[in-house]
Ligand binder design. Structure first.
Ligand code: AMP
Length: 281
């Protein structure tokens, strides 16, 4: 596993691999790796000749009030984990190199970025779209792998790639969960044991939506009311949002029919977690 910090070295590494006809798979992450991240690495290994993983806690996707400074960082452990997967390159760019003083260009994906998490994190997806564009330009992958755990993010990246004609195929993969259903997340490390137990209510609510829709429930308001009541039964959990939306446009739906994305964000104590599930056929 080659460790690359320099942006130009990363670019040349990819150019060389491509000139030898190698297919490059890219897994961008913010580190504190868990099985969710590793599921993307496994798929990248299956589908590509060369796998590049990046670890970069992207400062411009955090608001000043958010957890950039305290975001879990465990580079030594991450490197050990990645060694088991025999990836080819680990890209570790420095924030000062990615966003030097005088950086002025941002990528904004309209509409999709304003919904759901965009409401409570107004500059978040601009930061995500900008760093993704930069990473794609530097790493030059054929395929890039994203998790459906961050459903809105992967949709925004797909829109960005299509709109800017970026020569990369975006692959999205299912959410990997803990034994009790909680979606794996680097931020789960913030939870104390009591909060960790309460957090499973998010998965229970989404599973209830899935079961009810499968069982024929068509009254969306009634269903959303039940899900909110269930989540509300955990005193340490505060909903940021819970919506039922069209999985392609993220527009709120008025009734249940076809595929519906149930998506939520909630604070468990001070920790903000997100999760989602596509239900229906
Ligand atoms: P992050 O390090 O949280 O920015 O995530 C890096 C990538 O891993 C993103 O594409 C995430 O969607 C994906 N990811 C994070 N958690 C999970 C999970 N539980 N299952 C699948 N993919 C995930």
């Amino acid at each position: 596993m080659r460790e690359i910090k320099d942006l130009r070295e990363m670019h040349l590494y990819s150019l060389k691999a491509r000139s030898h006809g190698k297919k490059i798979g890219f897994v961008p992450t913010m580190g504190a790796l868990h099985e969710g991240h590793l599921s993307l690495v496994v798929e990248a290994k299956k589908r590509c000749d060369i796998v590049v993983v990046s670890i970069f806690v992207n400062p411009i996707q955090f608001a000043p009030s958010e957890d950039f400074a305290s975001y879990p960082r465990s580079l030594g452990k991450d490197k050990k984990l990645l060694k088991n997967f025999a990836i080819d390159a680990l890209f570790l760019p420095a924030a000062e190199k990615m966003f030097p003083g005088g950086f002025k260009t941002f990528v904004e994906v309209e509409a999709l970025s304003k919904k759901m998490c965009g409401r409570s994190r107004p500059a978040h997806f601009r930061g995500v779209a900008t760093v993704a564009t930069k990473l794609f330009n530097i790493v030059n992958p054929d395929l890039a792998f994203f998790g459906e755990k961050d459903y809105q993010q992967q949709l925004i990246i797909k829109q960005l790639v299509a709109d800017l004609n970026l020569p990369v195929e975006v692959v999205s993969l299912p959410t990997v969960r803990e034994f009790d259903g909680l979606a794996m997340s680097s931020r789960n490390a913030y939870l104390n044991p009591r909060e960790r137990k309460s957090a499973v209510i998010l998965y229970k609510a989404l599973s209830l939506a899935q079961r009810e829709v499968k069982g024929g429930e068509r009254d969306l308001n009634k269903l959303l009311f039940r899900l909110r009541a269930l989540i509300g039964s955990e005193p340490s959990v505060r909903l940021d949002y819970l919506v039922a939306v069209d999985p392609k446009t993220l527009q709120e739906v008025k009734k249940i029919g076809g595929k519906v994305l149930f998506a939520l964000a909630a604070f468990i104590g001070k920790t903000r977690l997100i999760d989602n599930m596509v239900v229906g056929e």
